[in-house]
Design a protein around this ligand. Sequence first.
Ligand code: URA
Length: 271
Amino acid sequence: MTQLTPELDQAIQARIRYFRDLGVYDLYRRGQPVPDPADAELASVSVTNVEPEPPIPERKPIPPPLVLAASAESIPAADRASALQTIREDIGDCTRCPLAFQGRHTIVFGDGDPNARLMFIGEGPGADEDAQGLPFVGRAGQLLNNMIAAMSLKRSEVYIANIVKCRPPQNRVPEPEEANTCTQFLFRQIDIIRPQVIVALGATAATYLLGGKSALARLRGRLHEARGTKLIVTYHPAYLLRDPTQKKEAWKDLQLAMTELGLKPTPRPET
Ligand code: URA
């Protein structure tokens, strides 16, 4: 019998754990069948009228899970930090999806006030976030900090997280398999924090929070709902760095969030 190397064994265990997390328990090995002596006899018999084997169905992308409304029970404010910590412990040194094996250094869990009224959700960590273990700390993060300040809030007063907690290589968009594996933890974070408003930063966040794909332009400028919480969709700060002319459109989206939160924008300092 072939001996498994420890690496291969670990990769197989991770794969099995991944399928378990998706609720799949029965796995069948596809490969060369063990030769059966009866086959040799049958091989000499000519066979007619045999039904052809059905083709193996093509692998389809995993559809996003249903975005269910949060449960009616809310966790007392004083217990939310430790409830979030429990989720972090459940994640552990995660190997549930391929991103664990593609150069990730740190799992970027989320950052901010466990009792925040406003939550921002981006796509996934970049190089700076992967190095520091915190979301939105690179250039896009600087812009997000400015956006938060313009809303008359401090970064420490909001909560920031991403659709995936591990850096996709070359900052590519997370695959559905990766996002759908990871969002179970994000959804638990949302259910604990129970913000009044979530702002989805960019199309990836909007897709997985809303449970389906739509053009960003069609989603902006109005209220949606995700996990029983009001959701507003706006441009990703990295996109705004590439096209600053869209900042005024993003500001309109943030103003919508501010109206929901009863906030007034910070007046510009006199010059
Ligand atoms: N882009 C994101 O979507 N998230 C981060 O944390 C950083 C950059």
